[in-house]
Ligand binder design. Structure first.
Ligand code: AMP
Length: 434
């Protein structure tokens, strides 16, 4: 029978890799806590209408990337991103009535039916955060600076911060008209996608990858020509705050990003191109001051971002050198196995991560197993040790072996582990031969 395989673009993460994932997740949770954010968990499935309203009907996500289905008459969608759900939960639980400013973070899988490639998957994980209730550019700068700190902590080389402002809705309207006026005479030179977008979502033409589209927009007016005084001041204050924080960035007036909901501040953080290729965007974020009201909530300004976890892992130079356990209890023979189970339990109660090889193989094979697991200590229990109520404590890092009385084993092992100057590094990635 042909074995079944995972859905295309949806990946398993095997235990050898999970350590790096957890390290990034821990660093993120810590960074969030340091900045006063609290975790929120929303469902993976939402009403389709939520994403259509929040993200916008004529966006790539809503037009062609959502996993939508009908379930007993309800139109549902696997969430393609986290912001719409966060905003929905914020409104549904009337959080605005309890606190003037809300800082939430989240992590979890997102689903988009894109063409899979390196760094682009159909189920992928994001870490993200939202701030509701603060319209000032100060928290925008704080968010960008926090992300730079987080990426530095992950040892991501070559990061570049790009910022832009989209102004408010009236700026967008005026600019949209000017862009359409500029591009309409050149419509025939545009890609098929962009010709269509000219009538639906012309701003998206600005971030088209097609060469002919790039040529057509190269001399287009920029959105900055249409900014009102308030938008301009907001952007200037953001830049001044980033300067004061010493966060390097560049301004790209053509940065628009794919989603409809952005207003004013918009940003992207990219990693070194050699690692990520064309999909070098690690983090995308921006203000969405109109979304909460558009979803039926009060008029509350907001800003947020999301970063792809798989892309962070590709970009990060961190290695995770953890071992699976600290100690292996190695009983030699059936009689020793029972005594070994008791000993292993005692070690665990003292906080020693420990595995027992209940297959009762030869000492040689058990030492090989200890090596694979990265265990520093092997507690050997043979028949003669059993008879004398002792064990052998073998320290693979210090290259010693001691005979220790049964009652002293836990203390002896814990003492050796506390002195981790000779701590072992990661076990070999290869599997132990069967
Ligand atoms: P977005 O929600 O489109 O603004 O994307 C934010 C971040 O999520 C991107 O910068 C990527 O790091 C990540 N991302 C978006 N789409 C995918 C995908 N299909 N596969 C992997 N990561 C993704």
């Amino acid at each position: 029978m042909t074995p079944l395989r995972a859905v295309k673009g949806m990946n398993d993460v095997l235990p050898d890799e999970v350590g790096r994932w957890q390290r990034v997740e821990r660093a993120y949770a810590r960074s969030m806590a340091l900045h006063g954010f609290r975790e929120v968990r929303t469902p993976y499935v939402e009403p389709t209408a939520l994403f259509v309203r929040a993200i916008g009907e004529v966006t790539d996500i809503v037009e062609k990337e959502m996993y939508s289905f009908d379930h007993r008459g309800e139109a549902l969608t696997l969430r393609p991103e986290g912001t719409a759900s966060a905003a929905r939960a914020y409104i549904e639980h009337a959080v605005h009535g309890r606190e003037p400013v809300t800082r939430w973070w989240y992590t979890g899988p997102m689903f988009r039916a894109e063409r899979p490639q390196r760094g682009r998957y159909r189920q992928f994980f994001q870490v993200g955060a939202e701030i509701f209730g603060d319209e000032g550019p100060g928290c925008d700068a704080e968010m960008i600076d926090m992300l730079v700190g987080f990426l530095n902590e992950l040892a991501v080389p070559g990061i570049e911060v790009v910022v832009n402002t989209l102004g408010g809705p009236s700026t967008r309207e005026q600019y949209r008209a000017a862009l359409v006026a500029h591009l309409t005479p050149k419509a025939e030179s545009l890609s098929a996608d962009s010709q269509r977008r000219l009538g639906t979502n012309p701003l998206r033409i600005l971030d088209s990858k097609s060469e002919s589209d790039k040529a057509a927009v190269s001399d287009a007016p920029t959105l900055h020509d249409f900014l009102g005084a308030g938008d301009r001041e907001h952007f200037e204050r953001l830049r001044a705050a980033l300067d004061a924080l010493g966060t390097p960035y560049s301004v790209d007036p053509r940065l628009v990003r794919g989603l409809d909901y952005y207003t004013r501040t918009l940003f992207e953080i990219r990693g070194a191109h050699d690692k990520l290729g064309a999909g070098s965007t690690l983090v995308g974020g921006g203000r969405y001051d109109g979304m909460v009201a558009a979803l039926g909530g009060p008029s509350v300004p907001a800003i947020g971002f999301a970063a792809g976890l798989e892309r962070l892992l590709i970009a990060s130079d961190l290695t995770e050198a953890t071992n699976t356990v600290d100690a292996l209890v190695a009983p030699l023979g059936a009689g020793a196995t029972t005594a070994g189970l008791v000993l292993a339990r005692d070690l665990r109660r003292a906080g020693v991560r420990c595995e027992i090889d209940t297959r009762g193989g030869s000492l040689k094979s058990q030492l090989r197993r200890a090596n694979t697991l990265g265990a520093r200590i092997v507690v050997i229990l043979g028949d003669s040790e059993l008879a004398e109520n002792v064990v052998q404590v073998k320290d693979l890092a210090a290259h010693t072996q001691d005979r220790v009385g049964r009652d002293d084993v836990v203390r002896a092992v814990a003492l050796r582990l506390a002195d981790d100057t000779a701590r072992m590094v990661a076990p070999a990635a290869s599997r132990e031969p069967a």
